[in-house]
Write a protein that binds this ligand. Structure first.
Ligand code: ZN
Length: 138
């Protein structure tokens, strides 16, 4: 069995964003040479997510509105976590959107459903952050 590891780095200029990383993850599979196996991709921060859904801008707007209803950023004083920081809402948004995805690798390709794409979800950006890609297989 072979394994491959890479960190994908982000420096999102806004507090929140959704970034399609499907092609970067596929590039990791290409670089690994692994044809059959599994790829894990996870955010390495507790205020960011990796998830799979549709690459459709209306849906991404709807996610942002929905997440702001569930865990509004303002007023920051409503959260006990916000002592010396202001990102309690980002922790909660990450919890809802998830930490990681696992996708099958078949014949050297991401074995995704027709409309499935992999996203990095940023909820407390404006600094350097990263996601891990780990691939195992043969
Ligand atoms: Zn925090």
């Amino acid at each position: 069995m072979r394994s491959y590891r890479k960190e994908l780095w982000f420096n999102v200029p806004t507090r929140r964003a959704f970034i399609n990383i499907t092609s970067e993850v596929q590039q990791c599979i290409d670089d690994s040479g692994i044809k059959e196996g599994l790829v894990l991709c996870n955010a390495m921060h507790i205020t960011a997510s990796v998830f799979i859904n549709d690459d459709e801008s209306g849906l991404h707007h709807d996610y942002d509105v929905w997440l702001e209803k569930l865990a509004p950023h303002e007023p920051v004083s409503q959260y006990r976590h916000n002592v010396g920081e202001d990102n309690a809402d980002a922790h909660m948004k990450r919890q809802i959107m998830g930490r990681e995805v696992v996708v099958a690798v078949t014949d050297g390709k991401l074995d995704l459903g027709t409309w499935e794409r992999i996203f990095y979800g940023e909820f407390d950006g404006r600094r350097k952050k990263r996601a891990l890609v780990k691939i195992i297989g043969d």
